[in-house]
Design a protein around this ligand. Structure first.
Ligand SMILES: [Zn+2]
Length: 502
């Protein structure tokens, strides 16, 4: 080897070594570590995708320095019930989640999921700026085995087939089983069928997350059902987006929590997630809990007990786009009929549209329905075993862009219902615990460097029904797996999201 070649080799090795040693030091931050502990001033060092030191740190020669300017550094938020994954074809920079500080989303919710292999492939072909974990959906398993014949319970043999499919997904890293028992394609399943599937998930140390069978007229029975599943399958169970969607039961959140706490005292590992809005968004069909969509008496019941037509807005309506953004009562006035009649007409028209356009990819209709009280929402948010979720995606309901920043603005800064530390805990580590995500959700040595730098004095949601995709303010920077994905209200262009295994 001649001298020039030797020198070149040494230089290359030196450069490689220096590169391997590169670290980033985020200095002068108030660290809220996600555990619920009081914030401390200090610095955080990251190397590659991992946090390597936390505390009073001196800068090293390998450090690139970032001045946190005394803002709050928290673990990146974990959204335990998300529908954002469908947005990433159009927006791999994941603006809806990054702009509110979310770094990991949990998908496969409400009973509908992609296969783990499919998600991995999608992430590989189209990298995104968010980490993704998934449940395996009960309804999806039903579709694979029962095909179009979904308005009945599965047989024992079919249940075994679904268990086998679920076991394969669990081996590939699914978090567990999700269900959407309120929706038609799962509503006619038996509790036994769900228990058998939950047991399969439990065998792999997975959990069960459920949009329970009713959030309104038979809410109590639906709560009992999920508790039964948790008791028999002996596994963690999560009530998805807990709410009281029946006017007659408004104000009773405390008694529901008393029931859940009694179950916890008996050893049932029940928890919940919740989003901070008093209106939900879903198909109009859920306003007919008896699934009799043309029954006027049922429509009148919905208007009287299930939602407020004066404050409920169509957020999607393919058959008649001019209805989007209008309240049900405004459309009723326009049509010169009562809101109950309008409800029936809207569903009928949507049905015909769907039949005429069977390949229509997006949901044909959706409503944001004012159906809860702020008092109940607050009670659920304050429950120590409730973590925060968005249940959102881009557009429609403002939660898709604002759920997490709304918590920091309204419940922490304006109303003092939660301390900053409590709120961050509910948006990070608690969600990781409830879903079975490891090594994320804390600012701690060895944990992944998913981080959000925010200004606690200005952080705020800006999205509303009128402007559902408005970006939050006060989110200064977001790191995912050690790389900055969002800064100065803009995506950085980096897309380091990974699939997160159970
Ligand atoms: Zn749901």
């Amino acid at each position: 080897m001649n001298k020039t070649v030797l020198l070149f080799c040494l230089l290359t090795l030196g450069a490689l070594y220096a590169q391997a040693q590169r670290t980033t030091l985020i200095q002068r931050v108030r660290i809220v570590d996600g555990s619920g502990a009081a914030l401390v001033r200090g610095s955080v060092r990251i190397k590659d995708s991992v946090i390597v030191a936390v505390g009073q740190l001196q800068a090293l020669s390998s450090d690139s320095l970032i001045d946190g300017k005394d803002q709050v550094l928290a673990p990146g938020f974990i959204d335990t019930h998300s529908h954002h994954f469908g947005d990433y074809d159009d927006d791999p920079s994941a603006l809806a989640t990054n702009s509110q500080g979310i770094t990991t989303i949990v998908i496969g919710q409400d009973g509908s999921s992609y296969a783990v292999d499919t998600i991995r492939k999608l992430l590989k072909n189209n990298p995104v700026a968010v980490n993704v974990a998934t449940y395996t959906g009960h309804t999806t398993l039903r579709e694979q085995v029962l095909h179009n014949d979904l308005l009945r319970a599965a047989t024992e043999k079919e249940t075994v087939q679904m268990q086998n499919l679920l076991a394969q997904e669990m081996q590939k890293g699914s978090l567990g089983l999700s269900s959407g028992l309120e929706y038609e394609d799962a509503f006619y399943s038996s509790t036994q069928e769900v228990i058998e599937l939950a047991r399969t998930a439990a065998r792999y140390k997975g959990s069960y997350a459920s949009h329970i069978r009713s959030e309104d007229i038979t809410l109590d029975a639906a709560i009992e059902e999920i508790l039964t599943i948790g008791r028999i399958a002996k596994m963690p169970i999560q009530v998805s987006h807990i709410k009281i969607g029946l006017k007659d039961k408004w104000g009773t959140a405390r008694s529901i929590l008393d029931r859940l706490e009694k179950a916890r005292s008996e050893g049932i590992q029940v928890t919940a997630d919740v989003y901070p809005y008093d209106f939900w968004s879903s198909t109009l069909r859920v306003l007919f809990p008896k699934r009799d969509y043309s029954n006027l008496a049922s429509a009148e019941f919905a208007v009287a007990h299930l939602f407020d037509p004066n404050r409920s807005v169509l957020v999607r309506y393919a058959p008649e786009s001019s209805f989007v953004g209008k309240t049900v009562s405004a459309i009723a006035t326009q049509r010169n009929e009562p809101s109950s009649r309008t409800l029936i007409e809207l569903i009928e028209k949507a049905d015909s549209f769907k039949k005429a356009n069977p390949t229509y990819a997006y949901g044909v209709e959706a409503i944001a329905a004012k159906a809860m009280t702020e008092e109940d929402v607050t009670t659920f948010i304050e429950w120590p075993f409730a973590n925060i979720c968005s249940d959102g995606r881009s557009g429609g309901h403002p939660r898709g862009f604002g759920a997490f920043t709304k918590i920091l603005r309204q419940y922490v800064r304006e109303q003092h219902l939660l301390t900053l530390e409590e709120a961050v805990h509910k948006m990070t580590y608690l969600g990781a615990l409830h879903t079975g995500i490891k090594n994320r959700g804390l600012i701690k040595e060895g944990y992944y460097a998913d981080l959000v730098l925010l200004n606690p004095d200005t952080v705020a949601d800006r999205s509303s029904l009128g402007e559902p995709t408005a970006r939050s303010s006060g989110i200064t920077a977001v790191w995912i797996n050690g790389r900055i994905t969002y800064r100065e209200q803009k995506p950085s262009g980096e897309r380091p999201g990974v699939f997160v295994n159970r």
